[in-house]
Design a protein. Structure first.
Lengths: 367, 126
């Protein structure tokens, strides 16, 4: 299959991107400055991320759409206000995660942002569940640009006036250059920022404008170190079809009102695990010294019994040390529990730690 | 001090008497990206030509460091373990990895000179 390209591909090339294939797309892993510089620039200034490979699924329908979606997602969608967003998951009957996603209530429907590698399957699953009653559009005509970091609000507001009035996890339609853009105050870096849904043919000009105002392009490499420092899950690593939201320590993302009554796909398993606890749980892990423990590193207790596995591990540029996340047996999930990580045949000391590694700078409310 | 020689695994080596100094090339660091971890062989240990003699890790991945010649490790550069970013800054100078008392100087004959290596690096990276 031919590799897909986003509408910003030429711009990446002219900015000396190193490309990798990611979920069937040619995506920039880094630009000339490298992952650490890009990471630090995002934390101190404003980074631009091309996330156009992600799915933008618009679903339109009457009042029954909310009811139908509540049978799928563990959210209180009836009480979700228009233009408000929630983090959630698409699950199977065993509460295994098909995908994690952001769902926003928009006029006459919902916008769901899906992972690139999962979007086509998600569309198929949702189409089967919802039938033909609702208009569903996995929109390929739109690009998705994230701008993240403390200077992003000022930069974006100088181009799209009014975005500074958005609260965290809310969005709205804005007019810019006679274009309708959907902007949400959200992101996946642990920084304040925005995600902008924009028509493909306008995307390059828009990003060039952001660069002129002082923001810089950031690759997937830094996106990964940023999200890991922020303690955020990445599908295919922390999350997959064999993990449940309870095991992934994402109970906070399930609406309280839905936990007591259930009625969504996977609710039985979720409610059982809420009562009995999950046997394994996702934790933060801090290796001692500078040792980096990558994905699939085996975790042991102090008597050499295997107790789990690392799902993501790297060097955290802002915490200036190695960081990781993984799953351990419940009894070893307490913060400060001493564990051992097997790297290149040797066991190295580490401890379970609280997440995030890097404190979030989200804007809670501005109005 | 001898001419700098290069291996296909992107190490450089210089010889002073029977002691060789070994590190990784600038080209290697550019391919690896930001280096955040380095592991060196133990002083006093013996390493064999083309065998593993250390590890470097970038933000992206781990890579083995090989020794282009056999010998006994007589010194290691602790400063790159403490501050791996030095490897990106000065790979073919201050950020050497280890020194070997070599066994057989003829092992150097199989290695490339600078011109040959630059050509090799250019060909293999494109």
């Amino acid at each position: 299959m031919e590799i897909k390209k986003t509408s910003l591909n030429k711009l990446h090339q002219s900015n000396n991107a190193k490309f990798v294939e990611f979920a069937g797309y040619e995506m920039p892993i880094q630009y000339s400055k490298g992952i650490i510089e890009e990471h630090k620039f995002t934390r101190s200034n404003s980074g631009i991320f091309d996330v156009s490979h992600m799915g933008q699924l618009f679903i339109y329908g009457d009042g029954s759409l909310t009811e139908e979606l509540e049978k799928i997602f563990p959210l209180d969608l009836k009480n979700l206000k228009q233009n408000c967003s929630k983090y959630s998951f698409l699950m199977n009957e065993d509460a295994g995660i098909y995908d994690d996603l952001i769902i926003t209530k928009i006029e006459e429907g919902y916008l769901i942002i899906l992972n690139a590698a999962c979007k086509d399957k998600d569309f198929e699953i949702l189409s089967n569940l919802l039938g033909s009653k609702f208009k569903m559009n996995l929109d390929n005509n739109r690009s998705l640009i994230a701008i993240q970091g403390p200077k992003s609000v000022e930069i974006l507001n100088s181009i799209i006036n009014g975005v500074d009035q958005l609260n965290f996890m809310t969005g709205n339609w804005f007019d810019s250059n006679n274009q309708k853009l959907f902007v949400t105050r959200s992101g996946y870096t642990g920084e304040d920022g925005f995600e902008i849904s924009i028509f493909n043919e306008e995307a390059e000009k828009f990003v060039e404008n952001l660069i002129k105002k002082g923001a810089q392009l950031i690759g997937l490499g830094a996106r990964d170190t940023l999200r890991l420092e922020a303690g955020l899950c990445l599908y295919g690593h922390e999350l997959d079809i064999n993990k449940t939201p309870i095991e992934a320590n994402l109970r906070w993302a399930i609406s309280k009102s839905r936990l007591s009554n259930g009625g969504f796909i996977g609710s039985k398993k979720i409610m059982n695990q809420m009562q009995d606890g999950a046997s394994q749980i996702r934790v933060g892990i801090k290796p001692e010294g500078r040792l980096i423990a990558r994905e699939k590193t085996k975790i042991f207790n102090d008597t050499d019994t295997p107790i789990g596995e690392i799902t993501s591990g790297t060097f955290g540029p802002s915490v200036n040390g190695p960081i990781a996340m993984g799953y351990v047996n419940k009894e070893f999930s307490k913060v400060d529990t001493k564990i051992l990580l097997e790297v290149r045949g040797k066991k190295h000391p580490a401890s379970v730690c609280a997440l995030p590694f890097y404190k979030k700078n989200y804007v809670k409310g501005v109005n | 001090m001898s001419e700098v020689k290069f291996s296909k695994e992107h190490e450089w080596i210089t010889l002073d008497g029977d002691v060789a100094t070994i590190g990784i090339t600038k080209h290697a660091t550019e391919m690896l990206g930001d280096i955040v971890f380095a592991e060196l062989p133990e002083k006093g240990s013996n390493v064999e030509k083309d065998g593993t003699a250390g590890v470097v890790e970038s933000t992206k991945a781990a890579s083995d460091v090989y020794t282009p010649v056999s010998g006994e490790v007589v010194d290691t550069n602790q400063s790159i373990v403490d501050d791996p970013a030095k490897i990106n800054e000065d790979p073919e100078g201050g950020a050497w990895f280890f020194k070997l008392k070599i066994k057989d100087s003829s092992e150097l004959d199989t290695l490339m000179n600078k011109e040959e290596y630059d050509k090799f690096a250019k060909e293999t990276s494109s």
